[in-house]
Write a protein that binds this ligand. Structure first.
Ligand code: COA
Length: 471
């Protein structure tokens, strides 16, 4: 199994995790150099986190908490972190799982668990076990969110947790001759009631159980409930805490960012371990259903939710939604469309002129946004592998559709391509768009910082500004 993240033992005391509000780069306690420097670092850290707090306030996050996390003793630190997010104005729907707890209940009754195609077959005994397990977990979670002892991160937290019959289910039924009995799938989420609860400042807690109009209960998978809820609420993020902690390449490298197309390829290749594939499939479904971001992060890492949200690189895998417009690498047929898009910007001096022959030769460097056969946006990546840096050039979005995030999506894709090529930094040369890049993490640099090959070609008359971003 290529999942290098092994859950570490949870911290001994609940309070111990609280100060680890963000990750090593940002908050690791510095080698103590005196109270003044410690204070300066603290202030600098808090300010660095501020943009994320502003960006996430009022946003809806669906967080999936597997039963394994609870079994491994990570519940308390997670509850503290979620309370903190709640206090910062994030709207949280928590979906818990119960797989190991159901298995434990079955074991206590001396009953064997039955699965088919990785899905539990829920007979009446298993359903009883699922109800008991969910009931217990729900009570434990409610108790954990009710903590408020002074000198703990939960002091003054006062989180209200609302749960209820908010998930309608339907039976999986009989598939390939296997009767899944009381195993179900989500049919509908009570969006109105969940929104009402979130608007009133409460956190919503959903169990992996659903009810049918016939009055029966069905055992559901946590991932199904979480993805369906995220889609129904049009949530900003789905965050799945998982033992695997992300998607890993065969060589064990963590994929920090995966596009929908890449996720589909990975799943089609069939090389991912079963659990990872299961989680990714649901994350992909959420993105396809309109959820902007789905994160798969390790539960065995203290503060992993905070690290993922408040650090640029995060600690898990982020799956990025692609809209119906196709964002893809360019091919020879796109040359005409690219010329039509770039010409006006070249004519007014915004972009450097590229003739047809050059675009034809370098077509593989381009990424395009196409809608109904028309190219609406483009950007190109030129790699300088020896210097570990790449250039993003020819970034352009048709004026008719500017301001809708296409520029940002192109930048993200070029960053993805650069990372995949092992590059550590990205630079741009610009005469008029400096602020757009500054807002997206680029910093001003000098011509000397360009790779040697590129420096020689720098046009001193054009006097473009050099901006560099760490990837
Ligand atoms: C720069 C460009 C690619 C952005 O594309 P886009 O799809 O509009 O980008 P997004 O929707 O992701 O971002 C829009 C935001 O950028 C801002 N923006 C657009 N052009 C800008 C500029 N030249 N300077 C600063 N901000 C700019 C918009 O005002 C908008 O801000 P808001 O979100 O606060 O309203 C597009 O404006 C363009 O094609 N410009 C002409 C070509 C160009 O300058 N390319 C860069 C050459 S180095």
């Amino acid at each position: 199994m290529n999942a290098p993240v092994q859950p570490a033992p949870p911290p001994a005391a609940p309070a111990a995790s609280a100060t680890g509000a963000a990750g090593p780069d940002d908050v690791a306690a510095p080698a103590s150099t005196g109270p003044q420097q410690d204070e300066a670092r603290f202030v600098a850290w808090l300010r660095r986190v501020a943009p994320y707090i502003h960006a996430f306030r009022g946003k809806t996050f669906v967080v999936a908490v597997p039963g394994e996390l609870i079994q491994a003793g990570w519940l308390n630190p997670l509850v503290q972190d979620l309370s903190l997010l709640h206090a910062m104005g994030m709207r949280i729907v928590l979906v818990h799982g119960s797989r190991p707890q159901v298995n434990e209940q079955l074991r206590l009754r001396g009953v064997q668990a039955h699965y088919a195609e990785g899905l539990r077959i829920t007979d009446p005994v298993a359903l009883e076990c699922a109800k008991e397990a969910s009931g217990e977990i729900r009570l434990d979670l409610e108790a954990a969110f009710s903590q408020g002892l002074p000198n703990t991160p939960m002091a003054h937290s006062a989180v209200r947790v609302v749960s209820g019959n908010l998930v309608t289910a339907r039976p999986v039924g009989i598939v390939d001759g296997v009767d899944y009995q009381q195993t179900g799938l989500v049919r509908k989420i009570d969006v109105q009631t969940i929104r009402f609860a979130l608007n009133s400042g409460a956190m919503v807690l959903l169990s992996p159980l659903g009810y049918s109009p016939t009055g029966e209960a069905f055992n559901l998978s946590m991932e199904d409930v979480a993805a369906s809820t995220a889609i129904a609420l049009d949530a900003d993020k789905l965050i799945v805490l998982a033992e695997t902690g992300g998607v890993f390449d065969v060589d064990g490298t963590l994929r920090r960012e995966v596009s929908e197309a890449e996720a589909k390829e990975l799943l089609a290749a069939g090389t991912l371990p079963e659990e990872m594939a299961f989680t990714l499939r649901h994350a992909l479904r959420a993105c396809e259903g309109g959820v902007a971001r789905a994160h798969i992060i390790p539960y065995g890492l203290d503060g992993s939710v905070l690290l993922e949200l408040f650090q640029h690189d995060g600690v898990g895998t982020m799956l990025v939604e692609e809209t119906l417009e196709a964002l893809r690498e360019a091919g020879p047929d796109d040359v005409g469309g690219l010329l039509a898009l770039l010409r006006p910007l070249e004519d007014d001096g915004t972009l450097v002129r590229r003739d047809r022959g050059l675009i034809e030769r370098e077509i593989g460097n381009f990424t395009v946004i196409e809608h109904d056969g028309v190219i609406f946006g483009c950007a190109a990546l030129y790699a300088f592998p020896r210097d570990g840096i790449g250039e993003m050039a020819a970034l352009a979005v048709n004026p008719l559709v500017q301001g809708r995030g296409d520029g940002e999506r192109l930048l993200q894709r070029i960053e993805q391509r650069a990372r995949a090529a092992g590059l550590k930094r990205l630079f741009v040369l610009t005469t008029r768009t400096m602020h757009w890049f500054l807002k997206r993490g680029f910093v001003l640099a000098s011509v000397d910082q360009l790779p040697g090959q590129r420096r020689g070609l720098y046009n001193w008359q054009r006097k473009s500004l050099v901006l560099i971003k760490q990837l």
